[in-house]
Write a protein that binds this ligand. Structure first.
Ligand code: ZN
Length: 259
């Protein structure tokens, strides 16, 4: 695939000191994109710390980062925030258990929450809390359901976290270094089979020249999914056999676009 070089100033992408390097992206012509709605259900207690204008601006920057990531990765998908609703204070200690948070939300609302729109396309539902550190020793800034299109996220999370969690909901996994951390005798085959539906063997994230793709836990993450046609500083950022989350998300989109 023909490729173009784009000069990036790292400081625009992270809090790292300013220096420049090259991110080589694939050139792609996307004929049709899946428009995916993201609905936000926000615990009212965030207003003790933040104004509604701040919350809206934060959501806008999460969505902008997501769309940059999808475009950079040549994935035929766009996201938009189409519903923002404040709900009575939700117990933020349940931030780590997205299934319980989903039940709390539905109890508060007293109604079902749609996970598809009128076209049958997915709606991703974010349950938004103020601070991810409020939940008992939470180590992570967001949690994705393994069975629905819900995820939790906090307002003090980096902009990349929204697309990271939606990546999980679309079938993307972490990079191998993250998966092996703290797991003795990690077995990738077992890992794929233990997920439901089973993970695709090319759905790993990737770390290239010390920087992570969006599904990694590297401190320095780039707005790209793993992809064997993307290079950072001349190092490949994916592997066609094991780490091509751009393909995973493209296939996720196409199952809806062909309808
Ligand atoms: Zn994750």
């Amino acid at each position: 695939m023909k490729a173009i070089f784009i000069l990036f100033i790292i400081a625009l992408l992270s809090n790292s000191p300013a220096l420049s390097a090259t991110l080589k992206l694939p050139e792609c012509l996307l004929e049709q994109s899946l428009e995916t709605e993201v609905h936000f259900y926000i615990s009212e207690d965030v207003l003790n710390e933040y104004s509604p204008e701040f919350v809206k601006a934060k959501i806008d920057s999460w969505i902008a980062y997501a769309n940059t990531t999808l475009k950079n990765s040549c994935i035929p998908t766009r996201r938009s925030a189409t519903h923002i609703e404040y709900v009575s204070e939700l117990d933020s200690s349940w931030f780590q258990d997205v299934d319980v948070a989903e039940r709390l939300l539905k109890n508060e609302l007293g109604r079902q929450v749609p996970e598809t729109n009128a076209n049958g396309h997915p709606i991703f539902n974010a349950i938004v809390f103020s601070n991810w550190l409020n939940s008992y020793k939470s180590q992570y800034c967001g949690y994705a359901s393994s069975s629905t299109f819900f995820f939790t996220i906090a307002l003090n999370c980096p902009d990349s976290v929204l697309e990271h969690e939606i990546g999980h909901l679309s079938g993307a996994s972490h990079d191998i270094k993250t998966l092996k951390e703290g797991v003795e005798a990690f077995d990738l085959e077992e890992y794929w089979m233990s997920s439901y539906p089973p993970g695709k063997p090319y759905s790993l994230g990737y770390v290239c020249a010390g920087r992570g793709t969006i599904m990694s836990y590297e401190d320095d993450r780039m707005p790209v999914y793993s992809n064997p046609n993307i290079y950072w500083d001349s190092k490949i950022c994916g592997d066609a056999v094991t780490a091509d989350n751009s393909r995973v998300l493209t296939e996720f989109a196409k199952q809806y676009l062909v309808r």
